[in-house]
Design a protein around this ligand. Structure first.
Ligand code: PLP
Length: 421
């Protein structure tokens, strides 16, 4: 409560900005996931690893735009690519010269992607991947998992949101090997798609177990069900995505966020057998278009980012930094015998008010949720910008020194509140 009332006092300009926004947008908001009470901070600008809010407070950006901000703010290589693109004009109403080069880079990188199509967001990529798969296998149902987040109309947080997904869904329990096998077998004739994040991001950075993934691979193959990995967030965790790290190859993969170099981006791809149904040279091709699918800003920024910045060496280095930070945070709470832990993998992590293992979104309800509130509001006051739900996504411009500063802030948090935690 105290932390929250200090937040109110510290942020009058953000309060005004939110009040003004409510006059023209529902809840003053155009991205539901960004809202939190009493009002969300308005961010005025960013530079490198920092952001500044409307009231002029400076924060180390540990949210990293929910993984899309992998490069930090205004990375010089991306700025240069964008400026070069601007010099040649935008929106040609034709094929450009960059898109095929970018597509080739991504096909080479992700084992499950023989052919790829671009979209404007991760949501749209999932819409296209699911509808393509269902059109091909002529089935109707899609298995999704509780806690899964696949975009604006694909939000499956139990008890949290109403579901407005435009497909017929069955909801499974993430990491439940026997239960899910049974669910798939019971619905095998109607099920056309199983879609999942190989580590749930929005639910709280919850990795899928190896057993769960290999069961899904085996059962979907057996019943002719298209297995889709939503790697919109997790693809940053390996050179060939998280699928490369865990050694499971889905039939289709969706991408988004950082892959577009920080511009609006999405993509879906898969085996040649599936993706050739989109080939417009075929008389019965499935339609897929989109004015901005090949927009030159995204194509240019994405190509530069994936070839010049997020190289295999950079992927390995970032993973290591993430593992190191998560290890230090968990050790800090464990040494003090406090019931707090950070789950995740590589550069993605999430705080949970429990030390019991977190295997699905149901497990995240354990412990006391007010600890997440306290963490969020106190970290803001200390100058660290994390997601409201306690998610942290390291960017490439977060240094060892920044990590030390953050660990020191957490140390203080754990000391001051040891009676509460
Ligand atoms: N899939 C996952 C796993 C995501 O985390 C997100 C966004 O947070 C999406 C899909 C949707 O992507 P976009 O916000 O670009 O529509």
């Amino acid at each position: 409560e105290e932390a929250r009332s200090r937040f109110l006092k510290r942020n009058p300009k953000s309060a005004d900005a939110h009040e003004k926004a409510t006059r023209s947008m529902p809840g003053g908001n155009t991205r539901t996931s960004l809202f939190y009470a009493p009002f969300p901070l308005a961010i005025a600008r960013g530079d490198g690893p920092y952001v500044w809010d409307a009231d002029g407070h400076k924060y180390l950006d540990l949210l990293g735009e929910f993984t899309a901000g992998l490069y930090g703010h205004s990375h010089p290589v991306i700025r240069e690519a964008l400026n070069r693109a601007l010099d040649n004009g935008l929106n040609f109403g034709g094929h450009g010269l960059i898109e095929a080069e970018f597509a080739e880079v991504l096909c080479r990188r992700f084992k499950s992607i023989d052919l790829i199509r671009f979209t404007n967001s991760g949501t749209e990529a999932n819409l296209m991947a699911i509808s393509t798969a269902l059109a091909i296998n002529k089935r109707r149902k899609v298995l999704v998992f509780n806690g899964g987040y696949h975009g604006g109309v694909f939000t499956f947080h139990s008890g949290h949101n109403r579901i407005n997904a435009p497909f017929d869904f069955i909801l499974g329990r993430y990491n439940d090997v026997a239960g899910t096998r049974q669910l798939i077998e019971d619905n095998a004739l109607a099920l056309g798609v199983v879609i999942l994040e190989p580590m749930q991001g929005g639910a709280g950075c919850i990795p899928a177990s190896a057993d769960f993934l290999s069961m899904l691979r085996e059962v979907t193959a057996q019943h002719g069900i298209t297995m889709i990995f939503d790697e919109v967030m997790t693809s940053r965790l390996g050179v060939g995505g998280l699928q490369g790290e865990v050694g499971i190859t889905p039939d289709m993969t969706t991408l988004g966020k950082y892959v577009g170099g920080g511009m609006s981006f999405g993509a879906f791809g898969g085996t040649e057998k599936i993706m050739r149904h989109l080939d417009p040279r075929q008389p019965d091709a499935l339609p897929h278009a989109g004015t901005f699918n090949n927009n030159v800003l995204t194509m240019s920024a994405g190509l530069a980012a994936m070839t010049q910045i997020y190289t295999p060496a950079a992927v390995a280095e970032l993973n290591l930094r993430g593992e190191r930070l998560r290890g230090r945070l968990n050790a800090l709470f464990a040494e003090r015998n406090l019931a707090i832990s950070f789950t995740g993998r590589g550069s993605m992590m999430n705080i949970h008010p429990t030390t019991a293992s977190v295997e699905n979104v149901e497990d995240t309800k354990r412990g006391r949720p007010e600890i997440r509130d306290l963490f969020f509001f106190e970290m803001l006051e200390k100058g660290f910008y994390c997601a409201r739900r306690g998610m942290i996504n390291l960017s490439l411009v977060i240094t060892d020194e920044h990590a030390d500063q953050f660990v020191a802030a957490i140390d203080e948090f754990a000391t001051v509140h040891k009676g509460l935690l």
